[in-house]
Design a protein around this ligand. Structure first.
Ligand code: URA
Length: 443
């Protein structure tokens, strides 16, 4: 297919018709449009945007590029959650088994770490033996038997997105509302879910840091979901500091396991419960937010959430003993303590700086094909607003070697800002709830 005229039209601010998007994406997926032409088109979209009808057509074309899972025969409703990504965001590992233990099925397709942000698949694969590549038949059977599967995007699901996402990553065209919305929703709608909860991160560590763009992304994805009969709700949550204490693949897996028992840092538990409430409401497993929250907390207290994760780990080939012995997770050979260089107030902990340092220490990816060291990262034991003394331990650094420790110390020096006056508060942990009816501010 010769894409020249389509590129010209997008370059000059015009729109493509639905059939043009359909034919272009089908041809690109089949290898009949070269990457250099698609790169030019993506940059034109990045600069000029898409009309709502074009975003819908692009999403539909990407969805149609692959297979769809089907769960209509299940009596349990299927609901999923997606986060736009951040540093320390290990919510999915706690949330999927927790919600599944409360009567809503969760066929969760997740991604890998990229750039400064972490990825759920890597955190799951830190568990010895855990397989994230299941066939559609295996996913189907596991969701039927356990109400939960935690998997990667197979070659069958939205293959157009796989190709496009790698190309966007290499051509600096990721941070575009319509492209992000089409990418995420084409994968999520392929899961055969009837409800979706979006965790839209805002703040300096998010892909799209500012509030207005976050709200625009939420509205765009909600519209795409609702157009396909998938009830979609979004929460806007803070990513101006890491979520929880652990940042880095296996360290986050360990913190998530603690979260299944309710023993993770309060901010991680709070975001997990808030998203879980929305999932239980969408799945019809609770009538009110209060009832949903009580059900989630009961499941944690009674050990049902941890038991569900144990079953999922075992079903996907992982070693379930990791739930009782986190020492089975990959361990860093070098560990050092970072102490406060002076007394004062913690004004901020910059997530991007920590995320980039993890990449430099070998625990993240610059390109999709990079291998990672899951053992490295940080556990930051202080929060913005804390008062600290000079010399007080603030964080631990986990590294592959002495150079990694040096990178970690330099990053913490830049990331943790200590000031002498009481600092202004950070972003509210959960600031907005967006539905098809509109935007509510969360108190
Ligand atoms: N995550 C995705 O799956 N796609 C994007 O475009 C950005 C984040």
């Amino acid at each position: 297919m010769w894409a020249g005229p389509l590129i010209e039209r997008k370059r000059d601010g015009g729109a493509l018709a639905s059939e043009e998007w359909r034919d272009l994406i089908a041809a690109y997926t089949a290898g009949d449009v070269p990457d250099y032409q698609m790169s030019a088109l993506l940059m034109a979209v990045f600069l000029n945007g898409l009309e709502p009808a074009e975003t819908a057509a692009l999403t539909g074309a990407m969805l149609d590029s692959g297979a769809r899972l089907r769960f209509d025969h299940l009596r349990t409703p299927c609901v999923d959650k997606h986060s736009t990504g951040g540093v320390g965001d290990k919510v999915s590992l706690v949330l999927a088994p927790l919600v599944a233990s409360c009567g809503v099925a969760v066929p969760m397709i997740s991604g890998r770490a990229l750039g400064h942000t972490g990825g759920t698949l890597d955190k799951l694969e830190a568990i010895p033996g855990f397989r994230t590549a299941l066939s559609p038949g295996e996913i189907q059977r596991q969701v039927e038997s356990l109400a939960c599967a935690m998997i990667g995007q197979s070659a069958d699901i939205a293959p157009a997105d796989r190709k496009l996402y790698a190309l966007r990553d290499a051509t600096s065209t990721v941070e575009s509302v319509p492209l992000i919305a089409a990418s995420i929703m084409s994968k999520k709608l392929a899961e055969g879910i009837s409800g979706l909860v979006l965790d839209i991160k805002r703040g300096s560590g998010a892909f799209l840091p500012d509030l207005e763009t976050g709200l625009e992304l939420a509205r765009t994805m909600i519209q795409l979901g609702e157009d396909h009969g998938c009830r979609t709700v979004a929460l806007l949550t803070a990513m101006d500091r890491p979520l929880g204490n652990a940042c880095g693949v296996a360290l986050e897996t360990e913190e998530a396991i603690a979260g299944l028992r309710g023993e993770a840092p309060a901010d991680l538990m709070e975001v997990t419960y808030a998203l879980g409430v929305e999932m239980l409401l969408l799945g019809g497993a609770a009538r009110t937010p209060g009832e949903a929250r009580a059900s989630l907390e009961r499941a944690v207290r009674a050990g049902k959430a941890a038991d569900k994760f144990r079953s999922v780990v075992a079903a996907q080939g992982g070693n379930p003993a990791v739930l009782d012995d986190p020492g089975l997770l990959p361990q860093a050979p070098e560990v050092a303590t970072y102490a406060a260089p002076r007394a004062g107030f913690v004004a901020g902990i910059e997530p991007r700086v920590l995320g980039k340092a993890i990449v430099e220490m070998g625990g993240g990816r610059r390109t999709m094909d990079d291998a990672i060291n899951p053992a490295v990262g940080f556990v930051v034991a202080t929060r913005p607003g804390d008062t600290v003394e000079a010399g007080q331990p603030l964080a631990s650094i986990y590294a592959a070697n002495a150079q990694g420790i040096r990178v970690g110390i330099a990053a913490l020096n830049r990331a943790i800002r200590i000031v002498s006056e009481t600092p202004p508060p950070g972003l509210p942990l959960i600031s907005h709830r967006v539905t098809r009816e509109g935007v509510e501010t969360v108190a």
